[in-house]
Design a protein around this ligand. Structure first.
Ligand code: GAR
Length: 204
């Protein structure tokens, strides 16, 4: 099966992929306590844990992670709430077939606490981005983005929930495009064959 998902926690994006019928060959976590592992196992998806704390260096962890991934010979590797920085060597190994979802409208707010930071910055719009992974954290060619309004009185939690709903829409869409051979990655830009919108605005 063509897709391996890497998770670190809750796994709601991984679940959205399964709900959309994306065939996951395996779900791999860097944490044994990731809640998403049980969700995957309940749906008969093989799971594995490559515990980052068991490795002395990032390079050693990434090599072990790659060995586990490659057992499934996936076409695509998706980061679905995978909260580890990957080495350039790992990123290079999966160049053009490694995707991430990030809870902001990149290039705005790379890194952590994106919702609180968007509120603190007085942003009027916020959202999420699916992108191909490059060595630069939370950068890389953008496949699709979803935009949500920031509403008066929003808290970081309310904004997170509004954004997460959109993550669950755009990640399956991006992965389907990839598996259907519709993504053309050239000169650091992604074009969708057929011209489907790469920016969607919620509420739709
Ligand atoms: C999601 O909001 C995802 O965009 C974010 O972590 C959350 C994981 O939730 N990822 C990042 O911040 C990566 N930089 P999930 O485990 O329920 O999918």
């Amino acid at each position: 099966m063509p897709v391996v998902a890497l998770i670190s926690g809750r796994g709601s994006n991984m679940q959205a992929l399964l709900d959309a019928g994306i065939p996951l060959a395996a779900v791999i976590s860097n944490r044994a306590d990731a809640k998403g592992l049980a969700i995957a196992a309940a749906r008969d998806v093989p799971t594995a844990v490559v515990e980052h704390r068991a490795y002395a260096t990032r390079e050693a962890f990434d090599a072990a992670l790659a060995a586990e991934i490659d057992r499934y010979a996936p076409r695509l590797v998706v980061l679905a709430g995978f909260m580890r920085i990957l080495t350039p060597r790992f990123v290079e190994r999966y160049a053009g077939r490694l995707m991430n979802i990030h809870p902001s409208l990149l290039p705005d707010f790379p890194g952590l606490d994106t919702h609180a930071r968007a509120l603190a910055a007085g942003a009027k719009r916020h959202g999420c981005t699916v992108h191909f992974v490059t060595s630069e954290l939370d950068h890389g060619p953008i496949v699709i983005q979803a935009e949500v309004p920031v509403l008066p009185g929003d808290t970081a939690d309310a904004l997170e929930a509004r954004v997460l709903r959109e993550e669950h829409v755009i990640y399956p869409r991006a992965v389907k495009w990839f598996l259907d051979g519709r993504l053309d990655l050239r000169d650091g830009k992604v074009r969708v064959k057929g011209g489907d919108a790469q920016l969607v605005t919620a509420p739709r």
